[in-house]
Design a protein around this ligand. Structure first.
Ligand SMILES: NC(=O)c1ccc[n+]([C@@H]2O[C@H](COP(=O)([O-])OP(=O)(O)OC[C@H]3O[C@@H](n4cnc5c(N)ncnc54)[C@H](OP(=O)(O)O)[C@@H]3O)[C@@H](O)[C@H]2O)c1
Length: 291
C-alpha cells in the first residue's frame, strides 16, 4: 500500500519540522510557503515544492497548515479556496477556541473536512514518542488519518469532537508554563544575589516541581467535588511563608509583584471566611467574572 500524500502549508520552524517528519516516514509530501527559500532542505530530503498554494492543496487529500495565526491561515489558503472541496484540512496553527470553531465553519463552507490540533512541543521534538498533539473534530475523520498524524508525535490523541477544545487545553497549559517560568526566574534571581548559580539550584527546583505536581492531584479532586476542606495546608498556614518570600525579595531588591498577587488572593479568600480551606479554594476567585 502506498502512503497517503500530504501537503504542508507554512514552512516556519514548526512547518519545516512537520514536513520533515512526513518525508522521513515516507509519506509523499508537497510543501508551500508564502516567502520562497524555505523549502530547499525539505526538497533535498525528498519533498516536492509546489509553485502555488493551490498546487499544494491539489497535490494531496490531506492538507496540514501551520502558520503564524488563524488570520494567516485564511490569508494563505485564500488563493486555494476553490481547491479545498473534498480535502481534509488539519490546522496545527495555535489559536483560541472561538477561532478554531470559526475556522471549522470556514472549511465546511468550502467542502473540506476539518481537524484542529494543538502542538504541545517545540519543533525539535516533532516525531518523538513523547510529543503530544491534541486534536478536536470528527472521530471518524481523526481515525481515518490517525496513522499519518501519529508520525508527528507518539502522544497524538483526539480530545473532543469539538474543534475548539484543543486550543482551550493549549492556552491553559501555556498559562501553567509561563507562571512556572516566572516562579523559576524569580527564585533564580533571589539565589543569584548570593552568587548561587541557577544550575546549582536547578535540581532542587525540579524535585520541588514533582512535589507540587502531586499537590495538584489533591486540589483537582477538591475543585471537582466543590469541597475545599484542607487535608494538607490551610490558606492561613500558607500566608506566613508567603510573607517571608515577600520580605526576602524586598531586602534583596528583587521584584516580587507576582507573589504580591498571590497575597491578594490569599487575603481575599481569608477575608471571605475561608482561612481554614486548602489552596483549591482560590479557584473561586478565578471563577468570578472579571469586573
Ligand atoms: N515554534 C514552536 O515552538 C511552536 C510550538 C507549538 C506551536 N507552534 C505554533 O506553530 C505555528 C507556526 O509557528 P512557527 O514556529 O513555525 O513560526 P515561524 O517560524 O515564525 O513561522 C511562521 C510561519 O507563518 C507564515 N506566515 C505568517 N504570516 C503569514 C501570512 N499572513 N500568510 C501566509 N503565511 C504567513 C510564515 O511565512 P513566511 O515565511 O512567508 O513569513 C511562516 O511560514 C504558530 O501558530 C505557533 O504558535 C509553534
Amino acid at each position: 500500500m502506498t502512503n497517503t500524500a500530504v501537503a504542508v502549508i507554512g514552512l516556519g520552524m514548526m512547518g519545516q519540522a512537520l514536513a520533515a517528519a512526513f518525508v522521513n516516514a515516507a509519506y509523499p509530501t508537497t510543501v508551500w510557503n508564502r516567502t520562497p527559500g524555505k523549502a530547499e532542505r525539505l526538497v533535498e530530503m525528498g519533498a516536492s515544492q509546489a509553485p502555488t498554494v493551490a498546487d499544494a492543496v491539489e497535490a494531496a487529500p490531506l492538507v496540514i497548515v501551520c502558520v503564524r495565526d488563524y488570520d494567516a491561515v485564511r490569508e494563505s489558503l485564500a488563493p486555494a479556496e476553490a481547491h479545498l472541496s473534498g480535502k481534509v484540512l488539519v490546522n496545527l496553527t495555535s489559536g483560541a477556541s472561538d477561532e478554531a470553531r470559526a475556522m471549522a465553519g470556514w472549511a465546511a463552507e468550502r467542502g473540506a473536512g476539518y481537524l484542529d490540533g494543538a502542538i504541545m512541543m517545540t519543533p525539535p521534538g516533532i516525531g518523538a514518542p513523547e510529543t503530544v498533539i491534541l486534536y478536536g473534530g470528527s472521530p471518524q475523520l481523526y481515525e481515518t488519518h490517525e496513522k499519518i498524524l501519529a508520525v508527528l508525535g507518539g502522544g497524538t490523541l483526539l480530545l473532543s469532537d469539538d474543534v475548539g477544545i484543543p486550543s482551550l487545553y493549549d492556552v491553559a497549559l501555556l498559562g501553567i508554563m509561563w507562571s512556572t517560568f516566572n516562579g523559576f526566574m524569580h527564585a533564580a534571581a533571589l539565589l543569584n544575589t548570593e552568587k548561587i548559580a541557577a544550575t546549582d539550584f536547578l535540581p532542587f527546583a525540579k524535585d520541588w516541581l514533582t512535589g507540587v505536581a502531586s499537590f495538584l492531584t489533591t486540589y483537582a479532586n477538591q475543585i471537582d467535588a466543590g469541597d475545599y476542606a484542607a487535608s494538607d495546608a490551610t490558606l492561613e498556614t500558607q500566608l506566613p511563608p508567603l510573607l517571608h518570600l515577600l520580605h526576602e525579595s524586598r531586602i534583596r531588591g528583587i521584584d516580587a509583584t507576582m507573589h504580591e498577587y498571590t497575597k491578594t488572593l490569599l487575603d481575599e479568600a481569608i477575608a471571605n471566611g475561608h482561612a481554614l480551606d486548602s489552596y483549591a479554594r482560590i479557584i473561586e476567585h478565578f471563577r468570578t467574572p472579571a469586573a
